[in-house]
Design a protein around this ligand. Structure first.
Ligand SMILES: C[S@@+](CC[C@H](N)C(=O)[O-])C[C@H]1O[C@@H](n2cnc3c(N)ncnc32)[C@H](O)[C@@H]1O
Length: 290
């Protein structure tokens, strides 16, 4: 278990401000989408390792067949296209029908989503902005709903995070939070380093044709400064499992009798890159599928 260095402060990331231009945000989200594909020496990408945790948490591949998965803060799509391929390939091999993945965000990145949905008929998206703290159920009555929060839960301050989790408890059947930023030394070092390389490589790989992006990455390092600042602030906003699940337990009027909560952490990109996960699963959903 990593040692938490200091109390949580809800500082503001540049990406959360109203004045942050969309091209700056889109650059960072494209970089995060690529981060999910980076493979460890064992040959598994971050997305694959997260997907295995997701499958274990909901009760295995048979149980996954009963869900619709909602990526609640999808950005540029993050790991969802990999989750979709990985899960549906296994489902089809086992004779199940493929499951649906739905992308939502309060700042929909339609250009990226259109391309992902064109690549798979099991990925769709909601065009209108959806605030995760006011989310409504998307899955039909015949399906269970699992809300996934990829690298985004630290964006919510405590009152907002309480609403996000309340909504999941009241209108979904499971939730999974994945974070790589936390108030631990390995996480801070990893995040600062990965942010710097993320900024430099994203311009090089995806925006090599744009003098604007090239200048503001390599001559005037606007993108690297933005990445490292937001990355370190994300770490300062990380939550322990106790802090996360307390956001639910202290809402005394919530009926948690059917829910189980689990969490864990795994070094996914050695030596320092650690994935922290926090899961809630409705017992009834668990029992029916087992
Ligand atoms: C750091 S990005 C993560 C993007 C993506 N999930 C990934 O892993 O690459 C955080 C995302 O959370 C979204 N977000 C922040 N607050 C939100 C809210 N209240 N409701 C919905 N989306 C929100 C942002 O628009 C952004 O796309």
């Amino acid at each position: 278990m990593s040692r938490v260095l200091f109390p949580r402060f809800h500082l503001t990331e540049i990406e959360d401000t109203s004045w942050c231009p969309s091209w700056l945000r889109d650059h960072a989200h494209a970089s995060l989408a690529r981060l999910w594909q980076i493979k460890s020496r064992r040959g598994y990408s971050l997305a694959t390792q997260a997907c295995n945790i997701l499958l274990d948490s909901v009760g295995g591949i048979g149980a996954a067949a009963e869900f619709t998965f909602v990526d609640s803060c999808a950005g540029a799509g993050g790991p969802t296209p990999y989750f979709e391929k990985y899960i549906n390939k296994q489902l089809e091999a086992g004779g199940h029908t493929p499951v649906r993945f739905v992308l939502t965000d309060w700042a929909p990145y339609l250009e990226a989503w259109q391309s992902l949905s064109a690549q798979s008929m099991n990925i769709s998206y909601i065009e209108e902005p959806i605030d995760a703290s006011k989310a409504v159920r998307i899955a039909g009555p015949e399906k269970k709903e699992c809300r996934i929060f990829n690298l985004c839960f630290h964006h919510f301050d405590d009152p907002e995070a309480e609403k996000v989790l309340r909504s999941a408890i009241e209108s979904a059947d499971a939730f999974l939070i994945f974070e790589i930023t936390h108030r631990t030394l390995p996480s801070i070092i990893y995040t600062a380093t990965a942010s710097l390389f993320g900024a430099l490589s994203t311009t090089w790989i995806e925006y090599w044709w744009s003098p604007f992006h090239l200048i503001f990455t390599y001559l005037i390092p606007l993108f690297p400064i933005y990445y490292v600042f937001d990355g370190v602030v994300s770490c300062i906003r990380g939550r322990t499992p106790e802090e996360t699940f307390n956001l639910i337990r202290r809402q005394r009027d919530l009926d948690l009798s059917e829910w189980t909560f689990t969490n864990g952490e795994e070094v996914v990109l050695p030596p320092l890159g650690t994935l922290f996960w926090y899961c809630g699963l409705k017992k009834k959903a668990q029992e029916e599928s087992s």
